[in-house]
Ligand binder design. Structure first.
Ligand SMILES: [Zn+2]
Length: 206
């Protein structure tokens, strides 16, 4: 039996999403046939706006409705401390702890040669430029990439680049890495708040 074209188009779209296989894609598409049209219209409106109505913050590369984002724009945040994360979702995890009042930098991924993601595909040079520009006022750069092979490789690369770009940075600012607590191979966005706070408290110099 041939699946009606509008349905097969939708199934194809679902299948392109991470973690969704053909069976789930089919189930979701057929499920939507039972949802009221107004709800579907809201869904498709939200979908088409998600990218159109958001932008990347020019300072920290977080996804935001405004540039600079509310965190970079907040005068109560400590601009001398930059926490470097892989994904915007990691910012949410740290914000939920309520214990961090510095600013962030989002790399939008980690170095992964198997997926052809090198340093140039990430917002690494933006961080270097940011640090260089404010090297006299920055006190600490905390590297909070995930404790995975890719995250560790990214952390090592960041340290190397920062030490090249700002010679003698040790006198100006420290580079630290989150402490233990987050299981190796895990993703920060799934860490609970207590674990994140402990990892922050236990951070070590690089
Ligand atoms: Zn920002």
């Amino acid at each position: 039996m041939k699946i009606a074209k509008p349905l097969s188009n939708l199934i194809d779209s679902f299948q392109r999403l991470p973690g969704i296989g053909p069976k789930t894609a089919q189930r979701l598409a057929y499920y939507l046939l039972h949802v009221p049209q107004t709800e579907l219209d809201n869904f498709s409106e939200a979908l088409s706006r998600v990218k159109r109505d958001t932008k990347l913050c020019g300072v920290c590369k977080n996804v935001s409705e405004t540039d600079p984002c509310p965190i970079c724009d907040d005068n109560n945040r400590d601009k001398t401390q930059i926490l470097v994360v892989e994904q915007p979702l990691d910012i949410l995890a740290f914000e939920k702890t309520g214990k961090y009042d510095g600013v962030y930098h989002v790399l939008h991924g980690a170095i992964n040669p198997l997926d052809n993601i090198g340093p140039d595909e990430l917002y690494i040079e933006d961080l270097i430029i940011r640090v260089k520009k404010r090297e006299n006022s920055i006190k600490e750069v905390v590297i909070a990439t995930n404790p995975t092979m890719e995250g560790e490789a990214t952390a090592m690369f960041l340290v190397k680049r920062m030490k090249e770009a700002v010679p003698g940075n040790g006198k100006r600012f420290v580079i630290t890495r989150l402490g233990r607590g987050i299981p190796t191979g895990a993703s920060l966005e799934f860490a609970d708040e207590t674990t994140l706070v402990q990892a922050m408290e236990g951070r070590r110099n690089l």
